[in-house]
Write a protein that binds this ligand. Sequence first.
Ligand code: PLP
Length: 382
Amino acid sequence: MQNRVYLDNAATTPLDREVLEAMLPYMTDFFGNPSSIHSHGREVRAAIDKARKQVAGYLNASPSEIFFTSGGTEADNCAIFSSIHTLGVTRAITSKIEHHAVLHTLEQLAKDGKIRLDFVALDEKGRTNLAHLEELLSSGEKTLVSLMHGNNEIGNLNNLEAIGALCRANNALFHTDTVQTMGHYPIDVQANQVDFLVGAAHKFHGPKGVGFLYINSRIKINPLIHGGSQERNMRGGTENVYGIIGLAKALEIAYSDLESHKNHVTSIKAYMIERLKERFQDLAFNGDSDNLEDSLYTVLNVSLPESEDNDMLLFNLDIAKIACSGGSACSSGSGVGSHVLAAIGADGNRGNVRFSFSKYTTKGEIDYTVEKLAALFPIESH
Ligand SMILES: Cc1ncc(COP(=O)(O)O)c(C=O)c1O
């Protein structure tokens, strides 16, 4: 019997067993509250400090610049709110294809009259127009630029180094959501002149409900969450200890084998492109996702032919035991179309499906998926 095929790794990834092993003792033996001064507390505090040091090391950051959060959404919100509340930002620049954790936050702040919001121009592939960004930045207003590293729906990659340099040259703050690229690409916060950067463990085989915010030490802001003195007074609340341990372990595994995972996943993506081209005459790819050199290697956003049954496409694939998505996980299933595909002018009548891969994906799973897809388009495919 065919096992279920999981091609929705941009939504979340399965927990690595090794990560679970690292977490388990912190659910049982090491149960102390890290704020307690006795030995139970101290041993857990030491483990959190080690995890923070490890995360900082992978990013070329200092441990004092890493703040653990409940995930990507909280970290994005905190970066945006704190720059507006405590750093005098009156204007933000973002793009129409950001994740809703960024877009909805900025739109609400603009609606509340706290900031003016500008959108950088994108080309038809969703690529950021850096000349337009430079033009927008020349206004001299105190500005926050929020542009993601890898897009979760169409896999486009932004050039962090170029954006960081433009922001610094124009005295703007730079926030980047690296939720999709963390653990998949080397990231250097200093080389990229980043002020705020965000990661979430569940996108790199870590646990859900834990992430982090990097805040450049040149920036001094008020607490993200008021309460106890946890996270050096920045985020009150007893720490998600086993989550933090799991996050650091997952990142350790990801960065210890970055090249081989990258090569494996890239070969899976290339294979799927080839197999789809063999089976479909009328086939396109949304955004930059079929660009094997310069797009997120975990994401392939496929534009399949028009069909009356396209409304049922994800459902039919699910029945065939294939899990994928019609856009970001946050909107799939809600009946709301993808704001990313709308922003790049993708044809909504076509069957737009996001397949996203991990180190566990096999070519056999791709063969099975392409055959099932072809069976759903009997006239078109050959
Ligand atoms: C690019 C991006 N940013 C932020 C998030 C939200 O992260 P979390 O689920 O950890 O809150 C996601 C999750 O889908 C994402 O893909």
